[in-house]
Design a protein around this ligand. Sequence first.
Ligand SMILES: [Zn+2]
Length: 413
Amino acid sequence: MSGNLPRIDGERLWRSLMEMAEIGPTANGGSGRVALTDLDRQGRDRFRGWCIDAGLDLRVDRCGDMIARRPGRNADAPIVVTGSHLDTQPLGGRFDGVYGVLAGLEVIRTLNDHGIETEAGLELVNWTDEEGVRFGGGCLASAAFAGRYTVEEVLARRDPDGLSFGDELQRIGYAGDAPCGGYPVAAYFEAHIEQGPVLETEGCQVGVVLGGQGQFNFMVTVRGEEGHAGTLPMTQRRDAFVGAARMAVALSELPGEVEPPPVITTGFVRVSPNSRNTVPGTTTFSINCRHPEAATLAELERRIRDLVAGIAETAVLDVAMEKTSEAPPVTFDGGCAAAVRDAAAALGIAHRDMVSGASHDAFNLARVVPTAMIFVPCERGISHNEAENAKPEDLAAGCDVLLRAMLSRAGVA
Ligand SMILES: [Zn+2]
């Protein structure tokens, strides 16, 4: 069957990617559409227009996920879903997430062009707030879809300015009323740039993703005492920022003591009162820790708690650690991964099996739905960076694989 399937239009896919990148362009050629901002709304609006043009039935669920459905011949057959996210890091790239959404759209446009009906219906999803810039953790809406959080828990989340997820969703006009999840899905496929250097280094166009690392996130608040920068002797200070900085440095050195090493990042810091003539009284910072093994993650959490508490005690600072989210390592569905591998092989595309270093909405979906991911190379593995880049031919190859993998599950008459 796959020999007769059409190829996707790589130029149209590229054009759509570049048109989405017109919304929230950054100074150095990247994209900045942080979730639930006005730019996120503009990106969503553009995507909505494309879905309507493609004849899709669009609904928005309670977490703001945009779900576009192409009906199948058999309304009772569990649907086949693809998707990713249109939100980005503040200084993000043009492909992270956006590729998976627009590759799904290109699959549907191709099926429309060739009048191909599927037995099961297809759905294309733009998951809300994959990146976790404002509300902590990331992949919150797909986590609700998979039942890891309730919708209410997601909507109640607040950003560092105290604005809630639910209110911001209302503000941008994407607080839908469709239920989040809870219906039968036959398979979920997500195409994504690798965000690492393996495929490019090995000359492969497609990665068959078998699973991914687990992780946990903490928000740490260090409290000392504010004082005058000119009069308070160094020996009498309880400087919350200096304490937090010591913790961040110690955390960055911890991976060297573990095998295989985890990755640990402090990417968010807020200093209060953030005034140059005042010794900082409070500093809040994030900890993200990732590793492929559950037992090692548990050990790392214990060591990180001890490390933070030890530094706070030595520096006479108070510290509070709030675990904002955690997710175990993930193993994808063998059958779905095989569908991706078979599609790449049928197309003569160089491919390899791999584990994802980054986490994705697919990690949540995998808890409740047979799931696999398709990776394509990105230049020098650079991502979460304005310089993120990918080759049109690689993006097209991954999209062709997506089309075949989806059809293998949806069925073509
Ligand atoms: Zn992504």
